[in-house]
Design a protein around this ligand. Structure first.
Ligand code: SAM
Length: 287
């Protein structure tokens, strides 16, 4: 490989991403090239500009080539570089769980607009990287936020992210509410698996690389949501909120489940693309 500067390498990588013949489309090849090159040379975007004429060592050129090959094979950029921005945080990611999506910021905004006490207790079910739990902790430092997920590797990832972002959020391994015996919360939030098991989307884009355990649920994608709503009644204080992220076509069936289970004040919030994304409800009569 001939010696190239940072600027030349970014240009060459962007051109490879732009002109390849595969089925993938890269919306912003030059942005992706900057992210991948920046990751390999360990420089921020502004350092890439300042050091544009610096030559890149052959070993690092090889690393960049490998990263581009992985990207051309469709692997999500967050898995290649190992982290992803979410809300105001930077979160490590792993193959054990979902890469946080900007869609989920609708849930954070929804929660921020609720009249919830300053000392609230909150649980984030299926916390993954800790995206929701950590964002809420960062916004509301006095909330007692607990994130749960069912795999120990995921809990360790979320704890690392808490440390990385200087947050005191607690994480616990649990199959939904199993380890939460007797605990009641002012707020239950969740972005659970909600994709139908046979959805064609599972064979497209980033979803091909993410674990099915983070994505799919039986009963048309509603099985886990049903469990969370039904069993949630044993874990909500009087007048407490449940706020759930879901697929764009699931607001109606979820509203129905909330109603059947005795919840009230049910409403649905759309994301920035105008798609129904979050449904929330209040539980007024704890069991
Ligand atoms: C759609 S991902 C959401 C991850 C993260 N909250 C986010 O918004 O980026 C769903 C998460 O639910 C977790 N999960 C799936 N089944 C679970 C169960 N039975 N108990 C607890 N967590 C579960 C998965 O491991 C995954 O991390």
């Amino acid at each position: 490989m001939t010696s190239q500067t940072i600027a030349q390498t970014i240009k060459a990588c962007a051109s490879v991403l732009d002109n390849h013949d595969g089925s993938l489309t890269f919306n912003e090849p030059s942005l992706e090239a900057k992210i991948l090159v920046g990751h390999c040379v360990k420089k921020t975007f502004s350092q890439l500009i300042v050091d544009a004429n610096e030559y890149i060592h052959a070993d690092i050129q090889l690393n960049i080539k490998r990263c581009i090959e992985r990207r051309l094979a469709g692997e999500p950029i967050a898995y290649i570089i190992g982290h992803q921005p979410f809300w105001t945080l930077d979160l490590d990611v792993s193959e054990h769980t979902l890469i946080p999506r900007s869609d989920t910021e609708t849930l954070i905004e929804t929660v921020m607009n609720l009249p919830i006490a300053d000392d609230a207790s909150v649980v984030d079910l299926g916390t993954g990287t800790g995206a929701i739990a950590l964002s809420l902790s960062s916004e509301k430092p006095n909330w007692q936020v607990l994130g749960i997920d069912f795999k120990q590797e995921i809990i360790e990832l979320a704890r690392r992210n808490a440390l990385k972002n200087g947050l005191k959020t607690t994480f616990l391994q649990s199959d939904w509410y199993h380890a939460l015996n007797g605990l009641r919360f002012d707020l239950i939030v969740s972005n659970p698996p909600y994709v139908e098991s046979d959805s064609p989307y599972l064979n497209q884009g980033d979803l091909r690389f993410e674990p099915r355990s983070a994505l799919t649920s039986g009963d048309h994608g509603l099985a886990d949501i049903k469990t969370i709503i039904t069993q949630g009644k044993m874990h909500l204080k009087k007048g407490a909120y449940m706020v759930l992220e879901h697929g764009a076509t699931q607001a109606m069936p979820i509203t129905k489940i909330f109603l059947e289970q005795g919840y009230s004040q049910i409403s649905t919030i759309a994301d920035i693309n105008g798609l129904d994304r979050v449904t929330l409800a209040v539980f007024d009569k704890p069991l």
